[in-house]
Design a protein around this ligand. Structure first.
Ligand code: NJP
Length: 242
């Protein structure tokens, strides 16, 4: 209770639900994303429901200068306890259809954006010798399925970064957790899989964002190294758990 929790990608999906769950349990969510209007609505909902004023700021995590400005401003007024690096997106294509500009954007947001936000908050946490950084990676960062090659590569990179950070951070009493969900019912797939070809294999088994958010907020109370959530996949008439 009373902890300041910064959430990137808080304007929809898992990030939005984490914000509600944090507020519900007495924490103070700080919302970051590009869609300022959606953040304003979510902040208003939190104010009305939980009676707390909720900070939000527009931020494109792939813009290094914006990351510096926004976090410097936040850190001048708020002692950040927890950072949830959740902003991210995927575009699923067969390898022969990869668009390199799109691939670069995925790396800019999912990997470099996460590293930039981490660096700002981590250096603050190092000074106070406490804190918790939670990185939303994916089961795609542990295994990979067809059509997800670039996205999976970004999430493998997130896990590599997270595992290295965890070792360094332990010296400063800072916890580092990786969260690896399977497919979740959010806006993610409206961008990731416009053809619906991927979704049809996993739709029936998708996780609810509220469930994932609860698991992430549980981890804030009892930090663990990694949270692995189920990934079920239907291929033809057979059901696989990855
Ligand atoms: O997706 P969605 P999820 N700068 O689309 C924000 C991972 N994941 O909640 O900027 C800052 O509802 C965007 O905000 P806006 C996934 O890889 C998902 O499912 O306003 N923010 C929105 O708030 C991702 O890391 C599944 O457009 C940026 C949020 O990110 C995380 O879960 C499975 C941004 C995306 O919300 C949340 O995704 C899995 C930028 N440049 C892992 N670009 C799944 N859904 O199946 C985007 O294993 N955002």
């Amino acid at each position: 209770a009373g902890k300041y929790v910064v959430i990137t990608g808080a304007s929809s999906g898992i990030g939005e639900q984490i914000a509600y769950e944090v507020a519900k349990r007495g924490g103070i969510p700080i919302l970051l994303a590009r869609s300022k209007e959606k953040l304003a609505q979510i902040a208003q909902h939190i104010e009305q429901t939980y009676g707390m004023s909720c900070l939000y700021e527009q931020l494109d995590v792939s813009n290094q200068e914006e990351v510096d400005v926004v976090f410097d401003r936040l850190l001048a007024s708020v002692d950040i306890d927890i950072l949830v690096n959740n902003a991210g997106f995927g575009v699923f294509r067969y390898v022969e259809h990869i668009d390199l500009l799109e691939a670069k954007q995925m790396f800019d947001v999912n990997v470099l954006g996460l590293i930039a936000c981490t660096k700002k908050v981590y250096t603050h946490m190092m000074k106070k010798r406490s804190g918790h950084i939670i990185n939303v990676a994916s089961q795609a960062g542990k295994i990979a399925t067809p059509k997800s090659s670039v996205y999976a590569a970004t999430k493998h990179a997130v896990l590599g970064f997270t595992n290295s950070l965890r070792m360094e951070a332990s010296m400063y009493g800072i916890f580092v957790t990786a969260v690896n969900p399977g497919p979740i019912e959010t806006n993610f797939f409206t961008v990731a899989d416009t053809s619906g070809e991927y979704v049809k294999n996993v739709k029936q088994w998708m996780l609810r964002p509220e469930f994932v958010a609860k698991r992430i907020v549980d981890v804030m109370l009892t930090p663990t190294r990694e949270v692995n959530l189920p990934f079920w996949m239907h291929i033809g008439s057979r059901l696989y758990q990855l």
